[in-house]
Each structure stands twice: as C-alpha cells, then as structure tokens.
Design a protein around this ligand. Structure first.
Ligand SMILES: NC(=O)c1ccc[n+]([C@@H]2O[C@H](COP(=O)([O-])OP(=O)(O)OC[C@H]3O[C@@H](n4cnc5c(N)ncnc54)[C@H](O)[C@@H]3O)[C@@H](O)[C@H]2O)c1
Ligand SMILES: [Zn+2]
Length: 356
C-alpha cells in the first residue's frame, strides 16, 4: 500500500494505492452523508464489497454501463436524486466505477451546492491509472466528447487492484494503452514494463505499476492543473492519432486506439529523426505486447483528417507529442499532408510485413 498527495493551488488530493486500500480507507467514510454513483455492471460484481466497507447507510445511483452514461440527462438525474434524498453541502459523492462513473460523478459533485466532497474509487485499470486522478470531470454533449466539464479535484482516490480481477481482457488492454503511454514518458516505468513485457496483463504486476503511473500523472497535474503550460499536454502522447482512429474505425477501445496511435506516431517520429534506435524498438515491443498485432488500417488518410480537429493544433499544423529518448518526449508539428503521408506509409509497411 502506498500513498501520495497532489497539492494544487486550490486543493489537496490524497491517493491511496495498492492491494488492501479499499477495506483500509473506505470504512472511514462511514458516518458521512454519502451519495454513491456507480454502474449496474460494477454493482453486479462488487456491491457486497461496498456494503462491507460502507454499511448500508448511503444513497446509491446506478448508471447503465457504457460511454452513453456520460449524458446531460443522467447528470440532471443525478443532481435531482441528490436533492430529493436531502444531500447537504457537507455530503460526499463516492464515484465507484470506471472512468464514465468517475467523470459524471465528479462533475455532479462540482456543481451540487457549488461543490461538495468527492471520493474516487476507480474499478477499471484505465480509471486507476488515469481518469480518477487529476480532477478533470466531464459529460458528452451534442455528439462532442467531454465538452461540458470542470476541473475539480477529488478529496481522496482509493485505487485497489482487487477490483481488476473481474475486469474483461478488453478493459485490461484499454488500461494498458495508458500504461504504455506512461512508459514512453517516464524512464522508470519504461524499464519496469520492458522487464515484464512477456506478460503485461499479470494482475500482480499491474497492481504495482499503477502506483508509478499515478505518481507520474500526479507530478504533471501538480505542475499544470488546468492544462495551461503545456506540461499536461504530454499526457496526450499517442492520443492525436489514437482519437482519430477511435472516431473513424470505432471498433476498438480507447486504449487500444491509443496504442495503435502511438505506433503510427512513432513511425512519424522515426521518419523525422526525432526518435530511433533500440529505444524506438523497445517501445514497439511494448506496444505489441499490450495490443498484439498492430492494425494495418485501410484508408488511413481519411482517418487522419479527423486529427485536424485535435485541440492541440495551431493553424494548419497537426501537433503530435512523440517520444524522443527514454523519459523524454517532444512536440512535433506536421503539415496535414506530411502527417497523412506518414500514417499511410506506416499502414503500408505494416501490411507488407504482415503479408511477408
Ligand atoms: N477525467 C479524465 O482525466 C479522463 C481520462 C481518461 C479517460 N476519461 C474518460 O473515462 C471514460 C472511460 O473509462 P473506462 O475505460 O473506465 O470505461 P467505463 O467506465 O465505461 O468502464 C468500462 C466497462 O467496464 C465495466 N467495469 C468497470 N469496473 C469493472 C470491474 N471492476 N469489473 C468488471 N467490469 C467493470 C463498466 O461497467 C464498463 O462496462 C471515458 O468516458 C473517458 O472520456 C477521463
Ligand atoms: Zn487516454
């Protein structure tokens, strides 16, 4: 069990991480006025744990599972349920679930009576290593992802690997996308991943590496809480192209698209001479170890067009954060034509290798 604290200009967030933290820290919430937000999937597996830790004196709101849960309609419905059940200014919202639950519960907590306590208890790998930490909350609106939201730090994050045991393999791969991303940003995480590349999905290993990922993200957030200085932008490594793949091809999870995006962007970085040698090969090994076969996408130039809408872009250039050397990344700016050409060449090379 390990703890760390994120101090920002306006708040302090305590993060407990490791096997056993749930039953060690969640019972301390008993006695507060609690409003638990979860989803029906998570509750079907872990309702008994919740009851064991918190007793039965809490209100609970269960979303239907999936991204569609992050809607304005559900946000209003959560706020109404909080009001109807007499939640006071001193109440605590407990987000018990994956990133969907964490994002909407965090936003509801930031709005209700101008802000009440929120405790994140992430139950997916992605939520443990990424979304529960850093205070970004959001819902999707008008077909635009995360367009309505706030920065609102949780008072506490309780990240216990016990919940990962019931997670489907696809969701583990999804979280691995973010973990390999941290590997490209942080030399210690890279080394740890390389020495476990034969079995990245091992739950014992994931329980350990989660702390290192959270530590990395916490340091970035403490420096650039509101995404203003460029430091937090590094966490978008793999995401410019990953988001474009996610939107265009739509079949794979977010993390799987980020892994594919990292691979294609690494091709561009090598082409420009920004990254290379055994380090670039090591990163490719990790991406393959997490994702399996890298998709040789058809019509990748059309997918590339969607990267034009990425919020990091300035002018006509596509901005991409790419690895440079171990523990170091850099931002490159490519014209759209250059960017599309790199992706197309990478897809052709993958196709050729797979047919060879
Ligand atoms: N706030 C941030 O900084 C941030 C960062 C990254 C992603 N996100 C957001 O996170 C969301 C994705 O999060 P996610 O990948 O956790 O998705 P999710 O919350 O939809 O969970 C994925 C699936 O796993 C199920 N599940 C959750 N815990 C489980 C468990 N322990 N056992 C079995 N099944 C379980 C869920 O019911 C769901 O079906 C997206 O909406 C994304 O925008 C936010
Ligand atoms: Zn991501």
């Amino acid at each position: 069990m390990k703890d760390l604290t994120i101090k920002t200009s306006s708040s302090e967030s305590v993060i407990h991480c490791g096997e056993g933290v749930f039953f060690r820290y969640a019972p301390a919430l008993k006695g507060r006025q609690l409003f638990v937000v979860s989803d029906s999937n998570v509750l079907s597996y872990h309702r008994a744990d919740l009851w064991r830790a918190l007793g039965d004196d809490y209100q609970i709101y269960a979303l239907s599972p999936g991204e569609k849960g992050k809607s304005m309609r559900n946000l209003i419905s959560i706020l109404k349920a909080m009001l109807d059940s007499g939640m006071k200014r001193s109440c605590t919202v407990v987000a018990f679930g994956g990133g969907v639950v964490g994002d909407i519960a965090g936003l509801a907590a930031s709005l209700y009576m101008r802000g009440v306590h929120v405790v994140q208890i992430p139950t997916t790998l992605l939520a443990q290593v990424d979304s529960s930490v850093g205070g970004k909350t959001a819902i999707d609106f008008g077909n635009v992802k995360n367009v309505i939201g706030s920065f609102y730090q949780p008072e506490e994050v309780i990240a216990d690997p016990r919940f990962l045991k019931t997670l489907p393999a696809r969701e583990i791969r999804c979280g691995l996308g973010e973990i390999v991303k941290y590997g490209a940003l942080d030399g210690d995480i890279y080394d740890a991943l390389m020495s476990h590349s034969s079995d990245l999905s091992d739950l014992g290993f994931l329980g350990e590496i989660t702390y290192d990922c959270i530590r990395h993200k916490a340091a970035v957030v403490a420096e650039d809480e509101h995404d203003l200085t460029g430091r937090r932008k590094t966490l978008n490594l793999g995401h410019t192209t990953g988001h474009a793949f996610e939107l265009y091809y739509g079949r794979r999870s977010h993390g799987e698209c980020v892994l594919a995006g990292m691979y294609y962007e690494l091709y561009a970085a090598e082409k420009l001479g920004v990254c290379g040698g055994s380090y670039a090969e090591g990163l490719k090994t990790l991406i393959r170890a997490a994702l399996g076969k890298i998709p040789a996408y058809d019509d990748v130039a059309s997918a590339a067009r969607l990267a034009r809408f990425d919020k990091k872009n300035e002018g006509d250039y596509i901005s991409v954060v790419v690895p440079r050397s171990k523990g170091e990344c850099t931002e490159i700016k490519l014209s759209f034509a250059e960017y599309a050409r790199c992706l197309t060449e990478c897809a052709a090379q993958l196709k050729e290798n797979q047919n060879a």
